[in-house]
Design a protein around this ligand. Structure first.
Ligand code: AMP
Length: 211
C-alpha cells in the first residue's frame, strides 16, 4: 500500500483536502474522526468507548485506534494509494503502521496553520449531520443558512468544536505533535506545507507532492 499520512492541528484543513483528493478517484481516504463519529451514530461498541474521550477533546486510547485502522486497512488492496487523515496522532500509532510492511508510511505531510486561525476555523465550522460535508459560517457559508448544499441535511456544530473543547484539543495536539514530527523527520519522510493558504492553492500543492 502507498500510505501518506496528513498531520496537523484540528482545523488545519486535513479533512477538506483529503476529501477533495479522494474525489479524483486516485486515493482512498480514511478519517479516523469520521470513522468514530459514524460508529457513535450507528451505536457500535467502539463508538461508545470513544465518545467520552471525544466529548472532552482527549485522544481515544491507542489500543482502540490501532485496532480500528488495522481493521479498515485490512480490506484495502495492496496496490491502493491511501491517505490517512487524523491518524497517527501518537508515536505509538505511527509505529503500529510501520511495524507491518503492508502498511508502512511512505510520506507524512504536516499542515502548518497559525493557532489564531485554527480557533477561528474550528468554532465557525458546521458539518452536515447526514453526509458530513463541512462548511464555515464566514469562509464557506452554505447557500441556505443551516442547510447542506450537497444533500439538504441539517448543519450542526460538532460538540468538540465549541471554544473550550477546541482549545483543549489544540493543547492535546501540541503535546503530541512534536514527537510525531521528529519520528517522521528522522525517517526522512516528513514534508511540511503552509496550510494557511486558499483551499485551491493547497490542493494544487498536494497534487504536486502526491501525484
Ligand atoms: P477529528 O475529526 O480528526 O478532529 O477527531 C475527532 C476526535 O476523535 C479527536 O479529538 C479524538 O478524540 C478522536 N480521534 C480521532 N482520531 C484519533 C486518533 N488517531 N487517536 C486518538 N483519538 C483520535
Amino acid at each position: 500500500m502507498n500510505i501518506s499520512v496528513f498531520l496537523g492541528a484540528p482545523g488545519s484543513g486535513k479533512g477538506t483536502q483529503a476529501k477533495r483528493l479522494s474525489e479524483t478517484g486516485s486515493f482512498k481516504h480514511f478519517s479516523t474522526g469520521d470513522m468514530l463519529r459514524a460508529a457513535i451514530g450507528e451505536g457500535k461498541l467502539v463508538g461508545k468507548k470513544a465518545k467520552e474521550y471525544m466529548d472532552r477533546g482527549e485522544l481515544v486510547p491507542d489500543s482502540i485506534m490501532i485496532e480500528l485502522i488495522e481493521e479498515a486497512l485490512s480490506h484495502i488492496s495492496a496496490d491502493a494509494r491511501v491517505i490517512l487523515d487524523g491518524f497517527p496522532r501518537t508515536v505509538a500509532q505511527a509505529e503500529a503502521l510501520d511495524r507491518n510492511p503492508r502498511t508502512q508510511v511512505k510520506l507524512a505531510i504536516q499542515f502548518n496553520v497559525p493557532e489564531k486561525k485554527l480557533i477561528e476555523r474550528l468554532t465557525g465550522r458546521r458539518i452536515c449531520k447526514n453526509c458530513g460535508e463541512s462548511f464555515h459560517l464566514l469562509f464557506v457559508p452554505p447557500k441556505q443558512s443551516g442547510v447542506c448544499d450537497k444533500c439538504a441535511g441539517p448543519l450542526i456544530q460538532r460538540p468538540d468544536d465549541s471554544e473550550s473543547v477546541a482549545l483543549h484539543r489544540l493543547e492535546v495536539f501540541n503535546s503530541q505533535n512534536q514527537k510525531l514530527l521528529s519520528y517522521f523527520s528522522s525517517a526522512s519522510k516528513l514534508q511540511e506545507i503552509n496550510a494557511a493558504q486558499e483551499v485551491e492553492s493547497i490542493q494544487t500543492l498536494l497534487r504536486q507532492i502526491l501525484c
